[in-house]
Design a protein around this ligand. Structure first.
Ligand code: NCD
Length: 303
């Protein structure tokens, strides 16, 4: 699974439906041996806490085993080995690979080479499909629907892969999107025109307080420091948008605040105890959805 654009609405709905069955296993109320004897290899060339650990935990909670590396610096990539050679070797050691890379298209390349399934855990600024599925699962579980909602994406829309990935996926649903970012970090033109071509209603604004009042989902993101070619530019942009609990006073009762995490200063800790906060719940759902994906990819899920 490299790119959600390869999936239909029915397939996405099916993954979300299957995911529900894994909640009791994810929270430890039920035990499972569904993936016993299977091995997952994590290949993370970029930092990760949630994605890597939730994939590991998902595999282990289903009775499977995990190997891999958490940084390119401890793999032979640091000696100059190419990604394709690494994939050709690692596929011998596992049943499924989870790959994160700063290179756009890395997961596609790996999937084309590998005889084992490859799951894209983020490729540069482009796609982060498993994050998107857990984002969709969060919206659907916490609000009860995705269709008919107004969703605001806030922060670094230029470099953030989660917002690129999520926007494309939302073209499968009947939603209105608002983009809120400093002009320097706006959603790439190419993405906006793709979304419009798919018929998605999209508005761009810098009025965060209006967006908070009118939206059902406010999806905050971190300014992607590591992707700025010029560190001075990051210094100018950091802290561009942040919310605190007083800013949420005019929000709709059922509005939810999401964030793929890690947060830096985009969401004040005063929001954590607000009834709108869902970002930690969202991180839990990451485990649930990744369990479902592993069981499906390895052909072990039975309806
Ligand atoms: C995101 C990522 O890696 O793109 N993190 C994640 O997987 N939850 C978001 C980010 O790093 O800002």
């Amino acid at each position: 699974m490299v790119d959600l654009k390869d999936f239909s609405r029915d397939e996405v709905d099916y993954i979300l439906k299957v995911s529900e069955n894994f909640e009791p296993i994810a929270n430890g109320k039920k035990r499972s041996k569904m993936l016993q004897g299977y091995v997952l290899c994590n290949m993370f060339f970029e930092p990760s806490t949630r994605t890597r650990l939730s994939f590991s935990s998902a595999m282990m909670r289903l009775g499977g085993s995990v190997t891999g590396f958490a940084s390119g610096s401890v793999s032979s990539a640091s000696k100059g080995e190419s990604l394709s050679d690494t994939v050709r070797v690692v596929e011998n050691y596992c049943d499924v690979m989870v790959l994160r890379s700063s290179l756009e298209g890395a997961a596609r390349l790996a999937a084309d080479i590998s005889s084992k399934p490859v799951i894209n855990a983020g490729d540069g600024t482009r796609q982060h499909p498993t994050q998107t599925l857990l984002d969709l699962y969060t919206i659907s579980k916490e609000i009860g629907t995705i269709d008919g909602l107004k969703v605001a994406l806030v922060g670094d829309l230029k470099y953030g892969r989660t917002v690129h990935s999520l926007s494309y996926a939302l073209t499968m649903f009947d939603v209105e999107l608002s983009f809120v970012s400093p002009p320097e970090l706006s959603m790439p033109e190419e993405v906006v025109s793709d979304l419009k071509a798919e018929g998605l209603r999209v508005e761009t604004t810098d009025d965060l307080s209006h967006v908070i009042e009118s939206s059902d989902v406010v999806y905050m993101t971190r300014i992607q420091k590591e992707r700025f070619p010029d560190p001075m530019e990051y210094e100018r942009m950091k802290g561009a948008y942040s919310i605190d609990s007083t800013m949420l006073e005019g929000a709709k009762e059922n509005m939810i605040v999401m964030h793929p995490l890690p947060r830096i200063d985009e969401i004040s800790t005063t929001v954590d105890s607000s009834p709108h906060a869902r970002y930690f719940q969202q991180a839990f759902y990451g485990l649930v959805v990744r369990m479902a994906l592993l069981s499906l990819v390895l052909g072990k899920w039975r309806d």
